[in-house]
Design a protein around this ligand. Structure first.
Ligand code: NAP
Length: 249
């Protein structure tokens, strides 16, 4: 096991499936103590917690809907209650409700903004209060290439992910003097439950646009998160990193 994050505490939102789960396992391998937030999937949460214990890691599961300020505060606060510190926040929780603009209902738009963008705002706000006192923090927000390039049928999702990019850059400017870095990752198409919803036809069209000729793996996003929260990335802030197999070159 690498010991790069030994003794540090990381909060990861939406962390029991897909990309969030891979991030949790990667940071556990780096020996960070983890607060693992999830929303509905308790079975997946318990499975992940066992896996982390098998790796010799420490984690606490915290159920909560990040779009609600009280839940987000509970999630962040649990890092102090359980580990007495907070060093790292990964805003990963996200949903999609795809539809063409003319068919999109207001709640499809507002739900996606609430979880993806407002959830990132709530968690970052509460976490930064703690990090400012400690004069240290590493925040990574999971955006999407869709937030950079747009995507037909995903106006709500693209708006939330573009919002995360503007939020990341603004907060990086606000918090830099306190030694808190804030970066975003923009994944392309990564193999998770979210992309499994696509039809074979849609998958084929997307694959044809990816120079590396395959979808990405959650672990490939997790490796970038691990780098950005490590000492090796101490002078990097306010940036957006695409992990998309070259799709948006
Ligand atoms: P996923 O497999 O659908 O997992 C989403 C996670 O978010 C789940 O753990 C879910 O918890 C959690 N979640 C949903 N609503 C929540 C809420 N209100 N409060 C707290 N947690 C909530 O998705 P994924 O593909 O791993 O995506 C992870 C992140 O990467 C998202 O932000 C997504 O937009 C972004 N992303 C994904 C891709 C991709 O190709 N997969 C590409 C670009 C960006 P439960 O399991 O408890 O429901």
């Amino acid at each position: 096991m690498s010991s790069a994050l030994t003794g540090q505490t990381a909060v990861i939102t939406g962390a029991v499936r897909g990309i969030g789960r891979a991030i949790a396992l990667r940071l556990a391998k780096s020996e960070a103590n983890l607060i693992i937030n999830y929303y509905q999937n308790e079975a997946a949460a318990l499975d992940l917690s066992r896996k982390i214990a098998d790796l010799g890691g420490h984690c606490v599961l915290v159920r909560g809907d990040v779009s609600h300020p009280d839940d987000a505060q509970k999630v962040i606060q649990s890092s102090l209650e359980n580990f007495n510190r907070l060093d790292i926040l990964v805003n990963n929780a996200g949903i999609n409700r795809d539809n063409l603009l003319l068919r999109m209902k207001e709640d499809e738009f507002s739900q996606v903004i609430a979880v993806n963008l407002l959830g990132t705002f709530h968690c970052t706000k509460y976490a930064s209060k703690i990090m400012m006192k400690g004069r240290y923090g590493r925040i990574v927000n999971i955006s999407s290439v869709v937030g950079i390039a747009g995507n037909a049928g995903q106006a709500n999702y693209a708006a939330s992910k573009a919002g995360i990019i503007g939020f990341t850059k603004s907060v990086a400017k606000e918090l830099g003097t306190r030694n808190i870095t804030v970066n975003a990752i923009a994944p392309g198409y990564i193999k998770t439950d979210m992309t499994n919803q696509l039809s074979d036809d849609q998958k084929g069209k997307i694959l044809s646009r990816i120079p590396l000729g395959r979808f990405g793996l959650p672990e490939e996003v997790a490796n970038m998160v691990n780098f950005l929260v490590s000492d090796e990335a101490n002078y990097i802030t306010g940036q957006v990193f695409r992990i998309d197999g070259g799709m948006e070159i």
